[in-house]
Design a protein around this ligand. Sequence first.
Ligand SMILES: [Zn+2]
Length: 267
Amino acid sequence: MGKPLWSLTMGRGENRVLYSAAHHANEWITATLLLYFTEALAGAFARGEKLFGQSAAEILDYARLCLVPLVDPDGVDLVTGELQAGQSYDAAAAIAARRPEIPFPSGWKANIRGVDLNLQYPAMWDEARRIKTAAGFTGPAPANWVGPAPLSAPESRALAALTRRFDPALTLAYHTQGEVIYWRFADIEIPGAQDIAGTFSAVSGYAAAETPYASSFAGFRDWFIQSFRRPGFTVEAGRGVNPLPLSDFEGIWRANRGILTLGALVT
Ligand SMILES: [Zn+2]
């Protein structure tokens, strides 16, 4: 819909890390999480304090954090009710009407054109297409359509370009829900990745797990691991039915502040 995709960069260190959130529309609470973390880190720095036991000044000396809190702004506006009646809303409603089993708009994960932005990355995209086609997702849909080609959606393309430019040592991609951390792609061994997943698991209480086969391809983490051969993680924050209510935020913040803080320091 022509809206900008925002990124925010903090810190002056050499250790570049990139955190993204809200690839999926009805997982918008993850955007709030990244913004809240940004404010907490900036506030701790300004007051000369620590965040999760780590000096904010030392974090920002050691690391440079690039935060992309809202990968799918149009889809999020649809789910939250910000997008009101009009051409774009009507087009999305028509797409949703073909999948009556997915509640509208609360079940919407895709961008406003019905492309799932986390099935867009060139990492075994053909296998993702095969699986989703077999499940009946062959065109624009509220979720699970891979799109006509890898990186055809402007949102995914922009995040891939930003990632190449920023060249991070580590990435976190925030989703909801399930309280689980995924750290692997295919059979690629990334030195240290499993240990880092263990650290994240210990500070959050989330499980570090293998990715289920049907959602193992064409995601941002998959592409980052394959292309950069560096640790990339998907965090499924919270537990319940998406979109998780704002009343869950406090618990999500408590569980994830350690991951967000240590993510800047573990590489
Ligand atoms: Zn997701």
